[in-house]
Design a protein around this ligand. Structure first.
Ligand SMILES: [Zn+2]
Length: 90
């Protein structure tokens, strides 16, 4: 189960309401349970200069991108030298 490492956001349960109906009153807007899942992405993050891969929700990724240094975190952006090294390996 994917959970955000910062805010612990994960699965939530809710109801799915079908508005299309026909016939009896009992069939009007029947509800079934469903699962709402958080949008969790794997990102490399710099924690005091060391890059670590963590699972983050998109809200936390946005926060780190717009406020570098939030909770001492920075998004890992590979330099030109590192991208060239990756191309040579493959
Ligand atoms: Zn989060």
């Amino acid at each position: 189960m994917a959970v955000c490492t910062i805010c612990q956001k994960g699965k939530l349960s809710g109801r799915n309401i079908r508005h299309k109906h026909s016939g009896l009153w009992e069939r009007k807007a029947p509800a079934s349970t469903r699962v709402f899942e958080a949008n969790i992405q794997k990102r490399k993050v710099l924690v005091s200069g060391i890059s670590v891969q963590v699972e983050l929700c998109t809200k936390c990724i946005k926060k780190i991108r717009n406020e570098p240094g939030w909770k001492g975190l920075r998004l890992f952006t590979p330099t030109a030298h590192e991208t060239n090294a990756r191309v040579e390996l493959s």
